[in-house]
Design a binder for this molecule. Structure first.
Ligand SMILES: NC(=O)c1ccc[n+]([C@@H]2O[C@H](COP(=O)([O-])OP(=O)(O)OC[C@H]3O[C@@H](n4cnc5c(N)ncnc54)[C@H](OP(=O)(O)O)[C@@H]3O)[C@@H](O)[C@H]2O)c1
Length: 254
């Protein structure tokens, strides 16, 4: 354990796998108490157990963040249990690629519900707590980290609605940043390239082959690479705001 985030509380959505799981582990390693939100409770329990076994503090809360009430409850229970909320990593997301023509629109609904609405519900519920934490020791600054993607900067065929959601995350983050940065709540956007996680598992088989071919062949990032970047963002001194980080595997061209 290091001590950079001692006395602070972090909430990570989508903490049951991939980037969220690695981020929760890393923030805990740096001294934060961490609340873990996702639907697969047994995975959250295992991670909480592991963190506590290493001397950290963790709270697993089964949550579907697409449900506004559950999202609000996740934030409220975190703040009530640990007494404050300094850092929120809005990470839960799904990528259902495929051409727009003949797409199952249920996939669009799922992406919009999670990547946009879920992220908005969490940000909205967390903001009062972040503003309060930003006025307080030990850091007198608070962080909202929204996870976008390379897909939030560049649109490509076969990714239209995923692009729509991640571009939306970027636009929302910049607007909110301007609203709260004067009160020392930093809003940051992280845009990973290809990371080796469960994310592509949900893409229809025929679409995965057609759209993701080369990306699956290169040496992809590990979740820990993104967790490290998020930990860097939230451990900057009070006067330093890392607004945006684009992180690709070295071999990824686009
Ligand atoms: N992997 C990449 O190449 C890559 C690249 C750029 C951006 N990203 C972004 O990184 C973020 C994390 O993705 P990942 O790559 O780590 O994929 P992942 O391993 O599939 O993780 C996604 C997480 O979201 C959670 N989740 C899904 N639906 C949810 C819901 N309704 N309510 C609460 N949590 C929900 C999942 O947990 P449960 O199923 O247990 O709920 C899981 O913990 C996403 O926003 C993704 O768009 C990933």
């Amino acid at each position: 354990m290091t001590e950079e985030l001692n006395g602070t509380v972090a909430l990570v959505t989508g903490a049951s796998s991939g980037i969220g799981e690695a981020t929760a582990r890393e923030l805990a390693r740096r001294g934060a108490a961490v609340a873990l939100g996702a639907r697969r409770k047994e995975r959250l329990d295992a991670l909480a157990h592991e963190i506590e076994g290493s001397g950290g503090r963790a709270l697993a809360i089964e949550t579907d963040v697409t449900d506004a009430d559950q999202a609000r409850r996740l934030v409220a229970e975190t703040a009530a249990h640990f007494g404050r909320l300094d850092t929120v990593v809005n990470n839960a997301g799904v990528m259902l690629l495929g051409p727009i023509e003949d797409a199952p629109v249920e996939e669009w609904d799922r992406m919009i519900a999670l990547n946009l609405q879920g992220l908005l519900y969490i940000a909205h519920a967390a903001l009062p707590h972040l503003l309060e934490a930003a006025e307080d020791e030990p850091r007198r600054v608070a962080d909202l980290v929204n996870i976008s993607s390379v897909a939030g900067r560049t649109a490509r065929k076969g990714a239209g609605v995923y692009n729509l959601t991640k571009h939306g995350v970027g636009a929302f983050s910049e607007a909110l940043r301007q609203e709260v940065t004067g009160r020392h709540v930093r809003v940051s956007l992280v845009e990973p390239g290809a990371v080796d996680t469960e994310l592509p598992d949900h893409v229809r088989e025929e679409v995965r082959k057609a759209t993701m071919g080369r990306l699956m062949d290169i040496e992809r990032l590990e979740s820990e690479d993104i967790a490290d970047a998020i930990a860097y963002i939230v451990s900057r001194p009070r006067h330093v705001a890392v607004n945006e980080l684009l992180i690709r595997p070295t071999e990824q061209e686009g």
